[in-house]
Design a protein around this ligand. Structure first.
Ligand SMILES: [Zn+2]
Length: 391
């Protein structure tokens, strides 16, 4: 058995009827609290009658109230005790007359619950971030209307601010549109309006925004040797649109940000910093599963559209050898680099991204199975026109 707690205290008694106060010696017994004023008889406050004043935290000074007299105002005598150990014998002898949290042992339970809760929160957040949010985001993304995606993609494209870097060349645009039309024959009834923008930069890359806005950089066009090769790239990008990959990424990304803002409170500056970082970095990049999906469906689309699948394989082989060239070689005006930073999160092909061998293998597997003889594509178009001539 543990030693019984101290049971001798001093307090100050306000009798509730006069302005005076009296120092009293105190001790608990089986019936209640015994108050011993100097030079007078001891008083007994029964457990059923006195109570800790409401709103007390369990820390001294303790205020105990006890009804006195018979008048309608129900005057209360108040006892004030400074000693921190005052509740211990009280709790031992008559726990029921103490508030729940101040009964012996209960404060420990409270602490365990509190700390347990605190420890669980990061795991809960991790679970939300890792599993729940992606699952919910995917479901939402598959349900949003195409017009919403189209609007979102258009707004993002405006925000990236590529307009002034676009190549304006009707012949090229017509050739690209012809390729897109051929590819889309293999996806009858698909709801998107696919638009391809050529951007003059020397980046060997392309990307797809939600709703059908595609961007192909001059650096990539320069790498293509045939219309079938560009068709391979476009088939892959179109599949990112049809499979709603970018929409899923955006919703996933922003719901994570929303979760973060809930956790850190609505601290606008921090949110902006996180969003800027995520936008310019990898927040919106497709996952490897998405890439494999776009490859597979893109190649199937090529075959179904009667476009020589070898085109997709040869351009992907060339892209896989390409050293990751994220920014342009020449020029460094600050406005352009701002635009570059915004575009960075979207770029699709990175040669240092592992997995090219697997990707090429699966492309070969689909192409080898094809029995459809390919039909010519853009026979009368001089493909060198696609290459950089400083237009
Ligand atoms: Zn991709």
């Amino acid at each position: 058995m543990s030693a019984s707690p101290r049971n001798r205290f001093n307090g100050v008694l306000y009798d509730g009827q006069s302005a005076g106060k009296t120092s009293v010696a105190l001790g608990f017994n089986a019936k209640g609290l015994v108050l011993q004023p100097p030079q007078s008889k001891p008083l007994l406050w029964r457990y059923s009658s006195f109570r800790l004043k409401q709103g007390q935290s369990g820390k001294p000074p303790f205020h105990i109230e006890y009804p006195v007299g018979q008048s309608v105002e129900h005057p209360m005598a108040t006892l004030m005790v400074e000693h921190p150990g005052f509740l211990a014998p009280w709790g031992n002898l008559h726990p029921k007359s103490l508030p729940w949290s101040m009964r012996p042992g209960n404060s420990t339970i409270q602490k365990v619950l509190l700390w347990g809760g605190l420890i669980c929160i990061p795991f809960l957040l991790l679970f939300l971030w890792r599993f729940a949010i992606p699952a919910i985001a995917d479901r939402v993304a598959m349900k949003v209307p195409e017009t919403w995606e189209d609007h979102l993609g258009t707004e993002f494209y405006k925000a990236i601010n590529f307009k002034e870097y676009e190549t304006v060349d009707l012949e090229r645009q017509k050739a690209i549109d012809t390729i897109v039309r051929r590819l889309l024959k293999a996806a009858p009834g698909q709801p998107y309006r696919i638009r391809v923008h050529m951007v003059k930069w020397n980046i060997v890359n392309a990307f797809a925004l939600p709703g059908g806005t595609l961007v192909v950089f001059q650096g990539l066009l320069d790498k293509t040797e045939t219309p079938e090769e560009l068709a391979g790239v476009l088939a892959h990008e179109i599949q990112h649109v049809l499979l709603r990959h970018s929409t899923r990424n955006i919703i996933h990304h922003y719901s994570t940000s929303m979760l973060l803002s809930m956790v850190v409170g609505d601290s606008t500056q921090m949110m902006e910093a996180i969003l800027t970082l995520a936008n310019s970095m990898e927040g919106l990049r497709h996952t490897r599963t998405m890439e494999a999906e776009a490859d597979k469906e893109g190649m199937t689309m090529m075959v179904a559209a009667g476009i020589d699948p070898k085109g997709m394989i040869s351009i992907f082989e060339r892209l896989s050898e390409e050293h990751s060239q994220i920014f342009r070689d020449e020029g460094d005006d600050s406005e352009a680099s701002e635009t570059e930073k915004k575009a960075l999160g979207w770029l699709d092909f990175f040669s240092d991204h592992p997995g090219w061998t697997d990707r090429l293998d699966s492309l070969h597997a689909i192409a080898d199975k094809s029995t459809v003889p390919p039909k010519p594509l853009l026979e009368n178009f001089d493909w060198t026109r696609m290459h950089n001539t400083d237009r």
